[in-house]
Design a binder for this molecule. Structure first.
Ligand SMILES: Nc1nc2c(ncn2[C@@H]2O[C@H](COP(=O)(O)OP(=O)(O)OP(=O)(O)O)[C@@H](O)[C@H]2O)c(=O)[nH]1
Length: 221
């Protein structure tokens, strides 16, 4: 089974990590997963019904991590089909589309839905990553800037965020690798029995240290 953060299991070779992808319908969750796993893009991707999952190995620092990626249905009518699959997640990828402001506004709803149904014990320490998909769209179609994304992440104590495009493959591999690296940082800290970071204390400093390495965008603001 997945190494749930609740269990604080240390990283081992071939560690299986359950990654759940959440976000509004149509932001490109299935396309992100398919680009990452098969390096393919389907312009006419259908809405997901319930959940689907695929596995893919990634190597980081000489260790192999098998990502079990759960692509969920973003449409509200499928809520009861997707939420039973949140439990046991190791990483949550919150997605929106940079040309769809409502999908960005809904990030908070997705985060709260995940925390409620995943039954995460240490909310403040769970590895979330925010991915702004469709970074390939022309500037005039963009509705959410990179600065807005990093500000929202800062306010929500999320230190990993990235803009990506499933269409042209930009930053897709990086997004999943960043997610595993974030998980690893938290596991290492737990391994050393370090006190969890108090996100209410000196948050500015924490983010100024992390932002350069963790928040990557396609465009500068
Ligand atoms: N321009 C652009 N279009 C994209 C990108 N990723 C996905 N799309 C398009 O967005 C539409 C929706 O993609 P999906 O991957 O099915 O979206 P989803 O989030 O899985 O949707 P649900 O299954 O309903 O939750 C499709 O028409 C895709 O071709 C991208 O990076 N850039």
């Amino acid at each position: 089974m997945a190494a749930a953060r609740n269990n604080m299991r240390p990283a081992q070779k071939n560690t299986l990590l359950k990654v759940v992808i959440l976000g509004d319908g149509g932001v490109g969750k299935s396309c992100l997963m398919n680009r990452f796993v098969s390096n393919q893009f389907d312009e006419h991707s259908f809405h997901t019904i319930g959940v689907e999952f695929l596995n893919k190995d990634v190597d980081i620092d000489g260790e192999t991590y098998t990502l079990q990626i759960w692509d969920t249905a973003g449409q509200e009518r499928f809520k009861t089909l997707r939420t039973p699959f949140y439990r046991g997640s190791d990483i949550c990828m919150l997605t929106y589309a940079v040309d769809d402001r409502p999908s960005f506004r809904n990030l908070e709803m997705w985060k709260n839905e995940f925390l409620y149904y995943a039954d995460v014990r240490e909310n403040a320490q769970f590895p979330f990553i925010v991915v702004g998909n469709k970074s390939d769209v022309p500037a005039e179609e963009r509705e959410v800037s990179h600065l807005e994304m990093s500000t929202w992440c800062n306010e929500n104590s999320i230190t990993s965020c990235i803009e990506a495009s499933a269409k042209n493959a930009n930053n897709v591999q990086e997004a999943f690798r960043m997610a595993v690296q974030h998980w690893l940082r938290l596991e290492t800290r737990a391994d050393r029995n370090e006190q969890p970071i108090n996100d209410t204390v000196d948050l500015t400093k924490r983010h100024s240290e992390n932002r350069m390495s963790c928040c990557i965008g396609a465009a500068d603001d």
